[in-house]
Design a protein around this ligand. Structure first.
Ligand SMILES: [Zn+2]
Length: 238
């Protein structure tokens, strides 16, 4: 579809991406600015990751690339959404092959897109099976979870690992988790809660190791500082 020159110019000014990239992003998103911005942002993040890998000192990238979606979209013209009652056909195509990675993490939607970015950009799994439930990996252990919860989640994880021939399992706990706040008696100081979350993350990894050999397991603890999320790697054996 044809996209308006002023929209391209606006995106170029806001993102620092080339006019060709901005035009392509707008075309691919059928002119939806929000989707175009998201796509450009993902590209910038991926580029950042590649530059960081290539940099001899391991890393600082140009600050100009560190762009937040909301900075870009500030003051952009409001667009009306298409009719939500009709059939929707996504751009994503069906692939009959099952992904070989499984991510087990908390349902907390404040982290969902960041987790997808971690597994895609950082770990190289563009597609993945997911097991998302309040508490995430905690439900593979007999710590804060109830035995009935543990039973259901262990069965689901085993079903996916065996049935879909999973080779990598990524498990993530996160700061400010409502599941733990609900289960740990007051006062749940941040440090105490984090220590329990990490211990149960490691217990979950050990359960997977015992019941499913040969898997690559990666553990992370997600934190946030202002609007910046970071995934700290966690060793399985501490
Ligand atoms: Zn949570």
């Amino acid at each position: 579809m044809a996209v308006k020159a002023e929209l391209i110019a606006l995106l170029v000014a806001r993102t620092g991406c080339s006019a060709a990239d901005c035009k392509r992003a707008l075309q691919e998103s059928d002119g939806n600015i929000q989707s175009a911005v998201e796509s450009l942002r993902r590209r910038l993040v991926a580029k950042d990751a590649r530059v960081a890998q290539l940099a001899p000192d391991g890393g600082e990238t140009e600050p100009s690339r560190r762009i937040e979606a909301r900075e870009i979209t500030q003051d952009l013209p409001k667009q009306t959404r298409p009719d939500p009652t009709g059939t929707f056909v996504p751009k994503e195509l069906f692939d009959p092959e099952h992904p070989t990675a499984l991510a087990i993490y908390c349902s907390d939607g404040r982290f969902t897109r960041a987790v997808e970015e971690l597994t895609d950009v950082h770990l190289g799994n563009r597609r993945l099976d997911t097991l998302t439930i309040a508490g995430g990996p905690a439900l593979l252990t007999h710590g804060a979870a109830h035995p009935t919860e543990t039973d259901v989640v262990r069965r689901s994880a085993s079903f996916l690992i065996r049935g879909h021939h999973i080779r990598q399992v990524v498990m993530i706990a996160h700061a400010g988790c409502g599941f733990y706040k609900d289960r740990i008696p007051e006062p749940h100081a941040d440090d105490r809660m984090k220590a329990q979350q990490i211990e149960e993350l490691q217990m979950a990894a050990r359960w997977i190791r015992v019941h499913h050999s040969g898997l690559e397991i990666r553990l992370y603890y997600a934190t946030y500082d202002g609007d910046r999320i970071a995934f700290e790697p966690v060793a399985i054996d501490d």
